[in-house]
Every structure is written in C-alpha cells, then in structure tokens.
Design a protein around this ligand. Structure first.
Ligand SMILES: [Zn+2]
Length: 147
C-alpha cells in the first residue's frame, strides 16, 4: 500500500496495511510538512497491553512453528519406528524453538528500543501530541498518560 500526502499528493513511501507494527504513528511529508497518519503503526508506549501481546505473538509465531519442525520430523521418522532416543527429541523440542526465538525477539527488542528513543525526545513528543490533536485523540490521551 502506498502512503501519500493528502495535502500535496507526493508519495511518502509504502505502508503495510493490517499488520500491527511498532513505529511512529505519523510521517512528516518532506515537501509540505503535513503529518500523514501511518496505518496500524504506533509507538510501543502507546500500545495497549493486548496490542503489545498481539504484536509479539504475531512476530514470534512463525518462528516458533519453524522451531518445532526438527522435533516433529525426528518424531515422525525415528521415534515411531521405536529406534529413536527420547532425549534427542526433548533436546530438539527445547532447543529448536529457543534458537529460533532469538531472531524475532532481538528484532522486537530493537524496534522497542528505537520507539523508546523516539519517545525520549521532547521535540518528537510535542509533534506526536500535535498529531494526536488533529484527530487521533487516543494517541494524545495515551501520550499524556505516559507522562
Ligand atoms: Zn505533502
């Protein structure tokens, strides 16, 4: 989905529709400085606990399934024949997901850190509140609550 400035119709970039992401809820148009709302995007501190959980699960779930694949394959190919070692299965069950969790978790922590860094900037917070006043009252209220 293309993100366009409603004031001067210049293209600001692309935005993912539907999928919740952690980031600035607005983007400033480089031409006319209009604050353009980015769909399904908000700062970590402004997300509700349900949204935070959903966002984390949404990132982790595919990796978790991938991490279970070696254990499932081992169970299907070896254990069912009666020749496998249960300890190997347990190692695969615990090790696979843990190893693969590292990637989405480090990415998530990175996004949260960047979000916190933005929120620590008073200039950015002022712009965020200004953006909230223009329509998204929820953002403004949440910003005041975070103070
Ligand atoms: Zn513009």
């Amino acid at each position: 989905m293309e993100l366009r400035c409603p004031a001067c119709t210049s293209t600001l970039g692309t935005a993912r529709r539907g999928r919740l992401s952690v980031g600035s809820p607005f983007q400033e148009c480089s031409k006319c400085r209009t604050q353009v709302s980015r769909p399904s995007t908000n700062e970590w501190a402004l997300l509700g606990s349900g949204e935070k959980t959903y966002w984390l699960c949404d990132r982790i779930a595919p990796f978790l399934l991938l991490g279970l694949a070696p254990a499932l394959a081992y169970w299907a190919l070896v254990i069912r024949d009666g020749t496998g070692d249960t300890r190997v299965l347990i190692a695969l069950l615990s090790g696979g997901p843990l190893l693969l969790l590292f990637f989405p978790l480090s990415g998530a922590l990175h996004a949260i850190r960047r979000s916190r860094a933005r929120m620590a900037d008073p200039m950015y917070r002022a712009r965020l509140i200004e953006f909230g006043r223009r329509g998204l009252t929820r953002t403004a209220a949440a910003t005041r609550k975070a103070d």
